[in-house]
Ligand binder design. Structure first.
Ligand SMILES: NC(=O)c1ccc[n+]([C@@H]2O[C@H](COP(=O)([O-])OP(=O)(O)OC[C@H]3O[C@@H](n4cnc5c(N)ncnc54)[C@H](OP(=O)(O)O)[C@@H]3O)[C@@H](O)[C@H]2O)c1
Length: 377
């Protein structure tokens, strides 16, 4: 029986992970769960699974008398104090996922990682840790899970390049002029996937694909010039690996996050999972290069990623705060770009980073964005 600590249990990945846990009661059990503010949903999860530990904002402590309680700021302590066999699923959204992942790896625990921002802001810190930790980072993100499947039985040194696909998001057929008028409701209508709000907006700006290239760079220890992203509007092919011997391994399947979740959870003992995928209904698949005029944040983001250092943290923090403002209808869609450019201009890059400097800088950039674009709220 694999016991699971689910960080971010009330979110889109969290809920789908719970579905899988409940689907295989003989293989998995839920040891603990966390949320930020969604207290009723968290209480229901804790009761249904008889969780041993829980974390949420301190104000809700009294509602969880019978469970070991941790306030949100103590997620790392929670991770540190888990029994040795408990596996962590990190389904948090945003840079808040970094510290618990680092703690888990320092304590030689496996982390099943959906939270891509962990590697975006902390990849440089996590990369050396991955080498000396007995804990593994196992991707849940669909493209990286696809690459992991394509790598089975083969060696990284034989990889010529990898390709991940991007749906193009909610506005892939819009002109820049049309983007000036789009609403939050339009932006949240993703053509292929049902996901949390932030990643849906990140998909529309293509910032999500920048994050995924960074994620692939650290997960598979590949240089940036060996990682490519292409627009593939059908979201049927999730990842490809070109091997040096001319073979190309391709991963395809439905746009269903439960498949990568199953892959990450199951280890070598494969589960039976029904997936509805009829090849004969596929008709045409399209693949095209990313148009930088349509998605300027992609080129910008890749340039920042390649330079490394604190600017990557600046970009992520500016994006998190800007997307939050857009989700609260305080700014329009294109202002997300403006805010990211503004922050990269304002804050200097620094090549020397530590866990503390990353977390401090992340807060500083977010504070600036809220002050400048929301009058200090
Ligand atoms: N959704 C997908 O299909 C998908 C696919 C691939 C990768 N991912 C990645 O997986 C991660 C999770 O995405 P999601 O779509 O599941 O997000 P989501 O639906 O917004 O859920 C986020 C979870 O984290 C909690 N949370 C939010 N802010 C927090 C904070 N400051 N401190 C502690 N907990 C916090 C939320 O609690 P409350 O409910 O209380 O707010 C919720 O449980 C992201 O990094 C995303 O990029 C998602």
């Amino acid at each position: 029986m694999k016991r699971i600590m689910l960080l971010g249990a009330t979110g889109s990945i969290g809920q789908q992970t719970l579905e899988i846990i409940e689907h295989y009661p003989e293989r998995f059990s839920l040891y603990g769960a966390t949320a930020k503010t969604n207290v009723e949903q968290l209480m229901a999860i804790v009761m249904r699974h008889q969780c041993k530990v829980v974390a949420i904002e301190e104000t809700y402590r009294t509602l969880f008398n019978e469970t070991q309680f941790y306030p949100l700021e103590a997620l790392s302590t929670l991770v540190e104090e888990l029994p040795k066999d408990v596996v962590i699923v990190n389904a948090l959204v945003g840079s808040v996922g970094l510290r618990p992942t680092v703690t888990a790896l320092l304590n030689h625990r496996d982390v099943l990682l959906a939270n891509k921002e962990t590697l975006v802001v902390g990849g440089e810190i996590i990369a050396p840790l991955m080498k000396r930790s007995r804990g593994r980072l196992i991707p849940i993100d669909s493209e990286h899970s696809a690459l992991r499947e394509c790598l089975r039985g083969r060696k990284l040194k034989d990889v010529e390049k990898v390709v991940i696909t991007a749906s193009g998001g909610s506005f892939r057929d819009y002109s820049r002029k049309q983007l000036k008028k789009v609403t939050l409701k339009d932006a949240l209508k993703h053509p292929n996937w049902t996901m949390g709000a932030k990643i849906t907006i990140d998909s529309a700006t293509l910032m999500n694909k920048v994050f995924e290239v960074i994620e692939a760079h650290y997960l598979f220890q590949l240089p940036y010039d060996k990682i490519e992203a292409v627009i593939h509007k059908e979201s049927v092919v999730h990842g490809l690996i070109y091997y040096k011997d001319g073979n190309i391994m391709t991963h395809m399947g439905p746009a269903d996050m439960r498949i990568p979740i199953v892959s990450a959870l199951q280890d070598e003992d494969v589960l039976t999972y029904r997936s509805f995928f009829d090849l004969t209904k596929l008709r045409t698949l399209h693949f095209q290069r990313i148009d930088s005029a349509q998605y300027p944040l992609f080129d910008l983001g890749m340039a920042v990623a390649k330079k490394k250092g604190l600017h990557v943290v600046t970009m992520n923090a500016a994006n998190e705060a800007a997307v939050d403002l857009f989700l609260r209808k305080k700014i329009n869609f294109l202002t997300i770009e403006t805010i990211i450019y503004d922050c990269l201009d304002r804050f200097e890059n620094d090549k020397e980073i530590t866990l503390d400097s990353v977390i401090e800088h992340d807060q500083e950039v977010k504070k600036y964005v809220y002050q400048e674009y929301l009058g200090g709220v």
